[in-house]
Design a binder for this molecule. Sequence first.
Ligand code: 0A1
Ligand code: ZN
Length: 884
Amino acid sequence: MRTDTPRAIRLKDYRPPAFLIDHVDLDVALEPARTRVRARLTVRPNPGAAADMEPLRLDGEHLELDLIRLDGKDLRLGTDYDISDVGLTIKAPPRGAFRLETVTYIDPDANKALQGLYRSRGVYCTQCEAQGYRRITYFVDRPDVLSTYRVRIEADVEQAPVLLSNGNPVERGTLDRGRRHYAIWHDPHPKPCYLFALVGGRFGSIASSFETMSGRKVDLGVYVEPGLEARAHWAMDSLKRAMRWDEQRFGREYDLDVFNIVAVSDFNLGAMENKGLNIFNDRLILASPDTATDMMFEAIESVVAHEYFHNWTGNRITCRDWFQLCLKEGLTVFRDQEFSGDERSATVQRITDVRQLRAHQFPEDAGPMAHPVRPSSYIEINNFYTATVYEKGAELVRMLRTLVGATAFRAGMDLYFTRHDGDAATIEQFLDCFALTSGRDLTQFMTWYEQAGTPQLVCSLAYDARARRAEFAVEQVLPPTPGETRKRPQHIPVKIGLVGPDGRDMPLRLDNGEAIDDGVIHVTRRRQHFTFTGLTARPVASLLRGFSAPVNLTIDRTDRDLEFLMANDSDLFNRWQAANSYATRTLVQIVAALKEGRRSSRGAAYARALGASIRDDKLEPAYRAELLKLPTQSDIAREIGRDVDTDHIHRAHRQLSRLVATTLAAELAQLYKSMSNKGAFSPDAKSAGRRALRNAVLTLLVQRGEPKDIALAVKHFESATNMTDEAHALFLLAAAGGRVRDAALERFYERWRHDHLVIDTWFAAQAISPQSDTVDRVRALTTHPLFSITTPNKVRALVGNFATMNPVQFNRPDGTGYQLVAEQVLAIDRFNPQVAARLLNCYRSWRALEPTRRRAARKALARVAAGPHLSRDVYEIVSRMLDT
Ligand code: 0A1
Ligand code: ZN
């Protein structure tokens, strides 16, 4: 157990930086174990801070200092400066501007934390967000210090023929009789150091160009492992579509002569928006029909767009401090979701985004790591790249648009871009733009950024036939979260419809005469009533249309009401929601029956209603696929909320899947046939939707477990002509167990063992199999030659998937699943705290488990907490998890 308690950083302690660094001149000589970094900084006291007589504190970690000079004069250790493990302090810097020069050495090969400069499969690359730059050179490593950069990179020609950095290329040349070479890059846009990037290595690349709205030409490049160039075209295509979309939807034009994307194999997260030089986890760039699933094509499109959109929301306007992370992330996720909705089906996009939010953010908000979208304190900022900051942050921007309306929203965005271009801004400054363009007071809305937890809306609708009125009552319940017991009511926009018996929306008119044309009612108090008048028949309430606010909602509704909404709601999102609520309700009832040792006969009515929906040819296949996907086992656990028994949930899930498959056998067989592949593969949304529907059908059929269903899955696997079908069938067969599992896994392995990306699917399929030998298999696979504990993608594929996608085996009552993950967390924490801490999040709902599992999970967590040299990252999470 660590003895020193890491210190929390607090938003209320924010002070402007004492010094600013206007320009950075970097000279980096790349060597695998000893890279030399010469930095020349142009520094001045910050006129906006009381810097008088303050020392200059520079951050720096894992650096070997070789030289330090101020205005050309060597500084003396102890007299002029002090040095520690975390930085360097210049005791009495000049009162005016000065130049500071340092030379440091770093070891990219030894860097397995993958922050700062590191080497992955022979490629040098950097990751500086949030605080990696301090592992490259001494600097004021905070986002409100913005500098222009000139970067010279020098390297061995053989080792690193490609040398890239931010901005525009300036010059290149050879050295040492052609053995070494250099490249110089200049970035004229002042940026915080977390957006600095440098790449050196051997790559294959594809090139293209883009003409911006004002007619400027931008050279585009995507750099990948040599030989994999053919898999880079989808990323390039996505980039160009994103660039055009940002011009058309937000009036945002790109601002440099080049834009480069580099794919690397070892990367802690998904991708990084470094100015003009985005660096990606290669699984989010490389795609071809035979190696990537439709989901991966979609993810690539969305992440390429996300990183590109950061150029305006993140780079040109950055965050004042890390507490404002949602200013760039929530907003940019909102923008990428809008982009995907426009490129594909807006309704299906909304369904998948809401599913994600509920699957990841809701449990976070209900667990020990709950934090506001703008946190007020942290120990390790890397722990706050969370679903709350990203996904809930995006929901807040979406609600803002609902509140102020589309026109004022766009005007507010324009104002934000002009007012804050070049700034390191805050959430208050962002909201102020919309308050101004809409004339609305957004003070109460700000509460969404400050309070953690998912609000619960408890609703009722009482119809009075004689008075032709319906009284809608709503109460907002704000559940307590760690450290926050009393909460202020929030401003919740609830989009509603009152659906009449003919299936049509009835007019929304309040008793004060107000007509609600946009369908949005504003819940601002703890309890509120709305009386709707002029209703000639009893309506069925369709609430929270399009998921207008990130809340949980309860209202008494009969099964008949849900069936009615499934068939009639004009809001397609809510039609899906009705089906989903119906399925969830049914599953919870089956679980309750299992717990009491009864057999439940529930589900037949739900299955019939579902059958009617999927027969509806007017609904696009991708949407029908969403209807057919039952709530996940984690969704059910979340709904149950306490004393969760994952075995019961697993059995209930199987039972309902079987019932649906049996009840709808004829329709499903027909759909399977009619959705079969026609013509050449295309990753477009329509074709992907057909594959999604066919695969959703297969999933249900296989649950029946009859030999002919298994045989169909085997045939699906063996005859697959694309990775979407091949991987889907592999997952089903691995879950089925027995000989079919072994044969499929073997065949897949033989086919893909030489492809380091595709083989992750092989690890994943074994990790999420509900078969009882999975823990042993996963443990054995951690020593497989193709597994590598220092490669985050491998850890995520095997251990991460086991911990988060396999509820039944991870939560084994004997605790062996928990122990396995705890061991991995401790092992990984020794070299990559960020990845270890993320993995640890799989225990976040442990308190909701039934007592036996709860005890076993606590034991595993206690074992992690007792680890000898815990990182700040893991310490923060494990201590919050165990906090009572
Ligand atoms: N800004 C990136 C997320 C990111 C953050 C940290 C990283 O490494 C430690 C990597 C990526 C994004 O939103 O895409
Ligand atoms: Zn981002």
